[in-house]
Design a protein around this ligand. Structure first.
Ligand SMILES: [Fe+2]
Length: 229
């Protein structure tokens, strides 16, 4: 597990990055910010997507966002990086370019019964297909201009420092370009214990809907049927 002081410092740096949004989007999340010390042992688990973390750190704007990225990079190999989908669900290419880690919450090293706090990392030229979940969510991109979609509207570029809020069961998707995306995420609400689901139709055999959805993956990758976050 990461050193207690380092994790506490990183979580505090994440809070500082959210303060510009404290009067609006981030307010209900900051009200439940976890101030406990790490007390839960979690295994260190690395994923292929970490190969893009250095690029993400270099691309983070100077200031509080760069500070968050640098502190995360210093701890990254001691954290538990996770994926919620199998290869059969999401495809090998997506799984090589996707991962997240929870720092505080019901599973992360810092216990919190009200808020989940973590990071999402996506490699370049990657589509995270439309998905939804019962928890309310706030994303703060730390590095990388990506296109974000919510509620079936058109994809829209969002920059580091923008706050992006998703409501309960609101479908949303992200698509990176040349740069990887590193984003801070927060989950709140009674649905935090439930994982997200991709909107694509389920296997087996691969559905036409899933194939269409994933064939739009930027970079021209092979379509892979799949569903769920
Ligand atoms: Fe989400």
């Amino acid at each position: 597990m990461a050193a207690t002081g380092d994790l506490t410092s990183l979580i505090e740096a994440m809070r500082a990055a959210l303060l510009p949004h404290a009067a609006a989007a981030a307010q209900p999340y900051l009200a439940h910010w976890p101030h406990a010390h790490p007390s839960r042992e979690r295994p260190a688990v690395a994923l292929p997507v970490l190969g893009w973390l250095g690029t993400a750190v270099a691309g983070a704007p100077a200031g509080v966002l760069r500070a968050v990225a640098e502190q995360l990079a210093a701890l990254a190999t001691s954290l538990e990086w996770r994926r919620s989908y199998s290869e059969a669900e999401a495809g090998a290419r997506f799984l090589e370019r996707y991962g997240y880690c929870e720092l505080a919450g019901e599973r992360g090293p810092v216990p919190s019964s009200a808020l989940s706090v973590g990071f999402l990392l996506l490699g370049p030229e990657t589509l995270y297909p439309a998905h939804r979940h019962p928890a309310q969510e706030l994303y703060l991109p730390i590095s990388g201009i990506a296109s974000w979609q919510q509620g079936g509207t058109a994809f829209r570029e969002r920059a580091p420092g923008d706050a992006i809020v998703h409501g309960v069961e609101e479908p949303h998707a992200m698509r990176t370009g040349a740069a990887p995306l590193l984003a801070l995420y927060l989950w709140r609400g009674p649905g935090r214990g439930q994982t997200a689901r991709l909107d694509a139709a389920p296997l087996p055999g691969g559905s036409a809907r899933a194939a269409r959805l994933l064939s739009s993956d930027v970079g021209g990758s092979q379509a892979q049927p799949g569903r769920r976050r």
